[in-house]
Write a protein that binds this ligand. Structure first.
Ligand SMILES: CC(C)(COP(=O)(O)OP(=O)(O)OC[C@H]1O[C@@H](n2cnc3c(N)ncnc32)[C@H](O)[C@@H]1OP(=O)(O)O)[C@@H](O)C(=O)NCCC(=O)NCCS
Length: 188
């Protein structure tokens, strides 16, 4: 019998981080993180199928301040003073896709954010991921400008990285995204 195991809040090993990064580089639907960022991540959810590394995601807590000096919670008139977590970096290795592992990772990540009383944010243009998002308790919108301000500020600061700028341009030139973005959020 096959068995899926989820391990929570255990950082990537170097070899796992390399696998995740290499796989994300092949996907048009996700920008990803530098190897150093992957190795720094603490809220990582890893999954193993029959003891083989099968995929991962990361709960990314918005930093308490942005490079501009603005504090996301304080600048956000629309959603009170709650703190936010982005469920991000969903990656299931190709041979394990379509077996419910993405959904399992999402469930664990979502539960973790809820347990920590965080507001939740997810964005994706990947059809499988969008199906997962629509099946969970999120407000779904299709326009970036309709998002709460705190999320728009976070998204802009997230893209300011040489790694992501390079990846965004490379993927825009040589790859085609699967679809349009949808955005989901839930206020605790
Ligand atoms: C997105 C991803 C993590 C999904 O993982 P997965 O393990 O294949 O997903 P699941 O098997 O749990 O499937 C989730 C749902 O999507 C559906 N689905 C799977 N592949 C699909 C596809 N290509 N198109 C539409 N729906 C799809 C499944 O049927 C399932 O729905 P159901 O519960 O109603 O049956 C995986 O495809 C992946 O790693 N993609 C590359 C990286 C990426 O783009 N990540 C998203 C970043 S936000």
């Amino acid at each position: 019998m096959t068995e899926n195991i989820i391990i929570k809040n255990q950082p990537f090993t170097k070899s796992e981080a390399k696998i995740v990064q290499a796989e994300i580089r092949k996907s048009p639907d996700i920008t990803g993180y530098s190897l150093r960022e992957l190795l720094w991540q603490k809220n990582v959810f890893k999954t193993y199928k029959d003891k083989e590394f099968a995929g991962a995601c990361n709960n990314f807590d918005f930093p308490p301040w942005l490079p501009s000096g603005l504090c996301p919670a304080e600048t956000d008139g629309e959603t009170g003073s709650g703190f936010w977590t982005e469920l991000s970096g969903f990656l299931v290795l190709p041979k394990f896709r379509g077996q419910g592992i993405g959904k399992l990772l999402y469930k664990s990540a979502f539960q973790d954010a809820e347990d920590r009383k965080r507001n939740i944010y997810v964005v994706s243009c990947n059809p499988a991921m969008q199906k997962i998002m629509r099946g969970s308790n999120l407000t779904i919108i299709t326009k970036f400008r309709q998002l709460p301000r705190v999320i728009r500020l976070h998204s802009l600061s997230f893209i300011i990285s040489w790694y992501r700028l390079f990846e965004t341009i490379r993927k825009a030139l040589f790859m085609k995204k699967s679809g349009k973005f949808i955005f989901g959020y839930k206020i605790f």
